[in-house]
Design a protein around this ligand. Sequence first.
Ligand code: XMP
Length: 321
Amino acid sequence: MTIEGIAADKLDPEQFIATQLEEISATVGDEIAINALSGGVDSSAVTMLGHQAIGSQLKTYFIDNALMRQDEPEQIVSLFAELGVNVELIDAREEFLDALAGITDPEEKREAVTQTFYRDVFGRLVRESGAKYLLQGTILTDVDETVAGIKRQHNVFEQLGIDPQQAFGYQIVEPLIQLRKDGVRKVAEALGLPESVYNRMPFPGPALAARVIGEATRERLALVRQATVITEQELADVDAFQYMAILHEDRVTGMREGRREFGQQIEIRCWDSVDARTASPTHLSWDILEKLSNRIVTEVPGVVSVTYNIATKPPSTMEVV
Ligand code: XMP
């Protein structure tokens, strides 16, 4: 089944919201639905749509999967508390780290995150809450790239012939499936979400696991997390679609205080893009790059090399995994 997309410039957000509110409440009826909030614009928009449509019949969880950025779980839960939405924080860190242990292949890593999320953690939350439905913020770009076999996005099932009811024991409702990122931002703004949310930089479902080449261990995740803090601070004022720090698998010879250090490599990517389908590297100034590199090699232990990606998407993709 092909999905009929709605281009952002043809979108009437108010009308779209009214239609989705009706559809969500008609689908869920008197049952319970659950959803996972990551704080990104897609899951935030779905959370607001769900709460406006079915109120307390929707239970919203933030899944701490050990792959989030510094302090992200607590920040998102308190932001939504201010918006009047109660979000339960689920500590699933050990489960995800166990599932990722020993895996280096990119698609196997994505599959491990997907299965832990949908089968294990959500399977359990569905059983405990008695929910019949999972609301989630899959968008058209996720479907396109998965169906094209480019990257298995963590949240795409039906289009791959997977029946979530059979595979996981619940049905999935996807109110944003006709939109791309630019359309979701318009809807999120119309839903009354703050600018920090509707203009929030995208962050992938597999989170920092998509930014570690090779095994995503606790230590390697901590390293890329530290580099991410610095990258996001230094590039905060740059007008870009998305920026990120990536930890490479290969180490390289460096030197510190006169001694050889066989150290880690961090790659910075910063993308200009409208809808993530194509992208080109932002023309960052040398001053910005230099400051970024100096901070990373000084503040992140063990890093001796920092590079900036200058290839476009395609043939690159935005994330490395
Ligand atoms: P790629 O790496 O495919 O990324 O060029 C395009 C956009 O999608 C985000 N991304 C994901 N989003 N689940 C998501 O919800 C995923 O599995 C996923 N993988 C990549 C990426 O951050 C970029 O904005």
